[in-house]
Every structure is written in C-alpha cells, then in structure tokens.
Design a protein around this ligand. Structure first.
Ligand SMILES: *Cc1c(COP(=O)(O)O)cnc(C)c1O
Length: 388
C-alpha cells in the first residue's frame, strides 16, 4: 500500500464530520464557544478535536497538520505563517541563551542572517559552520553546550547532499538535536525522520503549496513532547500560526504533490541531461545526475529528485546574467516550487568573503523547472545558449 498517496488524498478529510463534503471547509473563526465554563476550561488544544482560540489552533489548519505528519512519518506537525517562522521556532525551542549550534555552511541564507544578527548578538549563541560532508569535522565541532545541528540536504546553491544517517548517529551519541530543511525534496522524495533526524522543516511556500500563491511553513517530529512545547511556547506566544485560508490552499496543493513532483523530476532530468552535454556549460549541479559528487548517498537516502539545479557556464560571470535575461520562459525571481520556471544568479552580488566560504562561483545560475514541459524549456534554453 502507498501510504503517502492516501495521506495526500484522504487522511483527516473525514467526510461524515463535514456534511459529506468531499473537501473540508475553511474554518474562518477566531474562537470556539462552549455551553459550560468548565468545558471551556478543560480544553487541551494539543488534542485533535479541542479548540479554543485561532492563535493556538484551527480545525482547517489541523487537517493540514495531520496530513503532513502522516507524510513525514512524524507523530505531530505544527504549521506556521512562513518557513522562517517555523525555522526560528525550532531554533528557539531547542536552544537557549549561550547555546552552541553546528550548522552547514550552505544552508538557506536567511537562517545564517538570523543567527548572525539575532542569535549571536542577542542570545549569546555561538555557531560552528561545517561542510556537512566530513563526519569527523562534524564530530570535532560538537561542544559541551551544543544544542542543535542545522542541516539541509540537498542544500542551496550546489545541491550538496549529506549522509543523514551517519550525521544523526553522531548527534545522538552527543545528545545534540538535529534539524533539517526538507523543502527541496518534499516528504515524497525524502523522509528524514526515518533516518534519525529530530525535526523536519518545510516551507509550504514552495512545492507543498505548489502554485506560488501562499507563504507558510511547518515543523514535524516524532517527539510529541517537543512538538507540544513548539506549539504552545513557540507558536502561541510568538503568534505565528498559519491562516485558515492558507491552510486550505496548502491542503489543495498537497492533493497533487506526488503527481507534480514526478512530473517536475522528469522535466528537470531532461533539462539537466541536455545542459550536461552542452559545451557552453562547465558544471551542472543536479542530484539526478550520475556525475553528482554524492551520488552514492543519494541512491541510499533519496527516493527521487526535485526540479532545482544550478549550472556554471564556461564563461565569465557577466555572461550568466546575459544568459538568464535571454531566457523567456524562466522568470527572474526568487522562490520556486510553483508551476512557473524561474532563473536567478543568487550569488552574483555576494561578497568575495561569502563566496569563498561557500566555495561557489559568482556566475552560478539557479534554474527551477516549472511545469511548462521539457520541450518548451529546452527550446528556450537552447536559444539562450546560442546567443552567448
Ligand atoms: C524559501 C525557503 C525557505 C523560507 O521559507 P519562507 O516560507 O519564505 O519563510 C526556507 N528554506 C528553503 C530551502 C527555502 O527555499
């Protein structure tokens, strides 16, 4: 049985509760009322059917949480108003003033900025950045006060993949919690909780929403106690719950997640194959290619590939900007995960210092393949390469 497909299509829909509507409603209410004061007082908002106030929980939002928990093999999911709200909640729930964190150097950049501008100066955090590929380097980085390890695989920029099982074994040995950003592969293609990771984060603004129309984030874990704390201390006190309408749209996005991911993968594979054969392209970073430096780990821990890749042209960095401007089907914009293809030179304006840390090229081009189809995308890319 394919449990993923059942979670996407049926889990928590409960027709008989919603007048047999095939799609559960949007609960656009800020509070829930009770006949008796004692009934109101006895509500435990962590439980499936108990609600008090929209900042702590909402029935539509909770349908979404139940689907994502089932998909990620977690016991509980908690959704937030953005991926960053989810990420910072995970950091705040696992660290305290004076904590040390071990962090992969090529994670999503705003997290590094959060650590630099808030975590270190205001909360007295210290951070050791590691590549993620050297297990000894990771173990050596752990200190007595290390609280959290921040991972992303495949990671932003060159789609570096790290061995999650090996890393979580080390972390457990030293009693350090692990966190991973699983946005890129979605739970369809990677299940980090099964590999020992403690907390999984997704921004739902990308593939889960899938239509470039919402901002949202989610944390999932097998650790009930931790999730209860995240829900009450982090979500309720900071107040960053997802809105019910966004929750409903995310549920709609989930219905087609598996179908979209398989199609995205097919299109991206065709694009990556084409680019790798082109003599105008020096480097293609895509987890679906046999040439990926961590191909052996990929085979073990991924069940598929996203439609994100990066390339470096066999030309100076300025030519990269020229090339993406010649692409007509790839919009120039941040984000990804929707129906539309996108291209960007994410490091073009980065400092020399940060480029050296990342070991990446200023002319790196990130391509996101949407759902326009391989025929159209290849035609567009071929024409832009010819103009170089
Ligand atoms: C976009 C993104 C985020 C942040 O998500 P928001 O919903 O924009 O806050 C985090 N991680 C990755 C990998 C992303 O692409």
């Amino acid at each position: 049985m394919n449990e993923d497909l059942l979670a996407l299509t049926h889990t928590a829909d409960e027709y008989d509760r919603y007048m047999h509507a095939v799609v559960p409603p949007v609960f656009m209410n800020s509070l829930h009322v009770y006949e008796k004061f004692e009934d109101y007082c006895n509500v435990d908002v962590f439980k499936d059917d108990e609600y008090v106030y929209g900042r702590s929980s909402n029935p539509t939002v909770h349908i979404l949480e139940r689907k994502i928990a089932a998909l990620e093999h977690g016991s509980r999911a908690v959704v937030f108003s953005s991926g960053m709200a989810a990420c910072t909640a995970a950091i705040m729930a696992t660290c305290k003033a004076g904590s040390h964190l071990v962090c992969m150097k090529d994670i999503y950049q705003p997290i590094k900025r959060f650590l630099k501008t808030v975590g270190i100066p205001r909360l007295n955090f210290s951070v050791t950045y590691v590549s993620g590929n050297d297990i000894q380097e990771i173990e050596d980085a752990i200190q007595d006060n290390t609280s959290l390890m921040i991972l992303e695989s495949p990671a932003t920029f060159v789609f570096r993949v790290v061995d999650l099982k090996a890393i979580t074994d080390i972390a457990k040995k030293h009693n350090v919690k692990t966190y991973i950003d699983n946005t890129c592969l979605t739970p369809i293609f990677q299940k980090p909780l099964d590999l020992g990771v403690d907390i999984v984060m997704h921004t739902m603004s990308k593939y889960i929403g899938g239509h470039s129309d919402i901002i949202g984030g989610v944390l999932v874990s097998k650790d009930e106690e931790l999730m209860r704390r995240i829900m009450s201390e982090m979500r309720e006190w900071f107040g960053g719950i997802l809105g019910p309408m966004e929750g409903w749209l995310a549920i709609r996005g989930l219905r087609t997640l598996e179908a979209r991911m398989k199609r995205h993968q097919e299109i991206a594979m065709a694009v990556a194959d084409f680019l790798e054969k082109s003599d105008k392209v020096k480097q293609v970073n895509y987890t679906g290619l046999a040439s990926h430096p961590q191909a052996d780990i990929i085979k073990r821990q991924q069940m598929g590939h996203s439609s994100l890749m990066s390339i470096v042209l066999d030309a100076p960095a300025e030519k990269a900007v020229e090339f993406i401007d010649h692409l007509h089907l790839f919009g120039k914009g941040c984000s990804w995960g929707g129906f539309e293809s996108l291209a960007l030179c994410p490091l073009y304006k980065e400092s020399q210092e940060e480029l050296a840390v990342l070991g990446a090229d200023r002319g790196l081009i990130r391509l996101y393949c949407g759902l326009e189809g391989e025929e159209n995308l290849l035609e567009d890319i071929e024409a832009a390469l010819k103009l170089l």
